[in-house]
Structure formats: structure tokens, C-alpha cells
Design a protein around this ligand. Structure first.
Ligand SMILES: [Zn+2]
Length: 292
């Protein structure tokens, strides 16, 4: 079954129940949210009654809550060569996994980090050291390392870097989240996605993939940029993204759209999800969204 949704909001009043309601509005059967603003550290108390209400409502709407995703904020940088920043990252991530536990969320996506000049080897060592602490600290939550575009000093720009982290932590609590825009920008042609999956399976194992971020890209293959584009309107193209979304080997893995709002104002997800379900590209889609 196709499990598809998008990034949705999370606010302190309706919390995860509000996130679910937004997803339902888009015709989604899964969703992903940040437990607070991704760029700051302010976090509210999790209301566990709302979590139970949300899980009930998911059941009534045939949504598998165990596949709902949380995204860790990008201020967490486990690859930092700066001890204070690294300690802050570990402590903040502890708080995030605790919040996932209260939310009964199983999978949290994490950007591995940026070594900011410390070098790739130190960066990877620091990530491994941090993740070992996290998986010891909380066994409820799986951390999904996201494949990165390789912008600046980002770690996780290719399979070998992801593999080194996974092998170094050596825990079932570590998985992977593929991102089609990041893969494209890091040098993987999505028109050869099946070859990439073969290689992934050989090096890491497809069973480690728990989430796929489906985004088109504003930039060419190997550009190391990381700018997401609406589905079918970028350099990857509709047919290649459909091949990822409906790929038999990734069936039952949640597909999450993180495409940009049209004119920074209109959420595209209802329309993109409908287009994906129809499997037919609509080149007037963005105009339709603006007029909605
Ligand atoms: Zn992503």
C-alpha cells in the first residue's frame, strides 16, 4: 500500500492531534513533524492525552501511527569539532528522543551534521560517539540518518559516510532516511534509482531504510546545493519520482513530501498527493494551487 504524506505543523495547543488533522486535510495517510520550531530550542510539554486521542483517530482513518515520523531540528550538530556545541547537541537530542517516547513515535529523522572544518574523520567519530550515547540512553526511538546533499561540510553525502556511521554505532536503533533531492544534489541520478538501491542493499541493506523524503530539486545532479522543488517541476522530474514512490522494494515505507509552499503561501501537499495517486503529471498544478 502507498503510504504518503508530508511535513506538517505542530503547535503547543493541539500538538500531534493538530498535525494529524492537517495531514488528513491533504488526503495523506502518514505525516512528519518537528516537535517545535526546527531552528530554535523552545519546546512545550507533550500532552499525553492528545497523543492517545491522535492514535485513536489514526486507527479510525486507517493510518499506521507506528510509521509517523518526527524530524529532529537542524540546530543539532553531532559532527561539531567544538566540545560545547557537541555536548549541547547530545543533550538536546536526549530531550528530543524523550519527547518522541512520550509521543509514542518510533522513528526520528536526523541530519548527521556538519564537521565545520574539523575534517570528515573527526566529524564521523563525533557523530558515532554521540549516537552511541543516545541509543544507550533511550531504546524506544530509532534514529534515521538522512542522506545529505553535501552542501558545505555536511557529513552523510554518500553511502560510504552513512555506512561508516552505521557500522560505528552498530545498533538496530540506527536506520536511514533517503531524500531524493539530496541524493540528486549529492551526485546520484534518480533515473538510475534502482541501481542505487542495489548498491545500497549491498553496502548497508535496504531493511535499514525507514523513510523516504520525496522532493524534486531546483539544481542539477551533483550540484551540492539542497534546494527542494515541487514534484515534477524540478530537474529530477515526475516519472523518476514516481518510480521511487512506487518502487516495490520500498513498499510500506512512508514517503514524505518536503516540497516548498507555492509563492511561500500555499501548501502544495493536497495537490501533489492527488497527482501522485493519479500517476499523471499536471504541468498546470502550481497555477491551480495559487488559485485555490
Ligand atoms: Zn529531507
Amino acid at each position: 500500500m502507498l503510504i504518503i504524506g508530508s511535513h506538517v505543523g505542530f503547535n503547543k495547543d493541539s500538538q500531534v492531534l493538530g498535525s494529524l488533522d492537517e495531514a488528513l486535510k491533504y488526503g495523506a495517510n502518514t505525516f512528519m513533524f518537528y516537535t517545535g520550531a526546527p531552528q530554535n530550542t523552545r519546546r512545550c510539554e507533550i500532552n499525553e492525552d492528545l497523543v492517545l486521542e491522535c492514535i485513536d483517530k489514526c486507527k479510525n482513518n486507517n493510518i499506521d501511527y507506528s510509521k509517523v515520523i518526527v524530524h529532529a531540528p537542524y540546530i543539532i550538530n553531532l559532527a561539531s569539532p567544538d566540545t560545547d556545541k557537541w555536548e549541547f547537541a547530545v543533550n538536546f537530542l536526549k530531550g528530543e528522543v524523550d519527547r518522541c517516547s512520550k509521543l509514542k513515535i518510533k522513528n526520528m529523522v536526523l541530519h548527521p551534521g556538519s564537521h565545520t572544518g574539523g575534517g570528515i574523520d573527526l566529524g564521523i567519530d563525533n557523530i558515532i560517539k554521540g549516537l552511541k550515547i543516545i541509543v544507550e540512553y533511550n531504546s524506544d526511538v530509532r534514529i534515521l540518518l538522512e542522506t545529505m546533499a553535501g552542501k558545505g561540510t555536511e557529513v552523510g553525502r554518500d553511502l560510504s559516510e552513512i555506512k561508516r556511521i552505521i557500522d560505528g554505532v552498530n545498533s538496530d536503533q540506527i536506520g536511514v532516511c533517503l531524500d531524493t533531492c539530496h541524493l540528486n544534489d549529492s551526485g546520484v541520478s534518480i533515473d538510475k534509482f534502482d541501481e542505487y538501491l542495489d548498491l545500497f542493499d549491498k553496502e548497508i541493506g535496504i531493511n535499514k531504510i525507514y523513510c523516504v523524503h520525496v522532493n524534486d530539486s531546483k539544481n542539477e545532479v551533483n550540484s551540492h546545493k539542497d534546494r527542494h522543488e515541487n514534484i515534477g517541476f524540478g530537474t529530477i522530474g515526475f516519472d523518476n519520482l514516481i518510480n521511487v514512490i512506487y518502487n516495490k522494494r520500498l513498499e510500506d515505507i512512508p514517503k514524505i513530501l518536503e516540497t516548498p509552499y507555492v509563492d511561500k503561501e500555499f501548501a502544495p501537499y493536497k495537490y501533489e498527493i492527488e497527482m501522485i495517486r493519479n500517476k499523471v503529471f499536471d504541468d498546470e498544478l502550481l497555477n491551480k494551487i495559487k488559485q485555490s
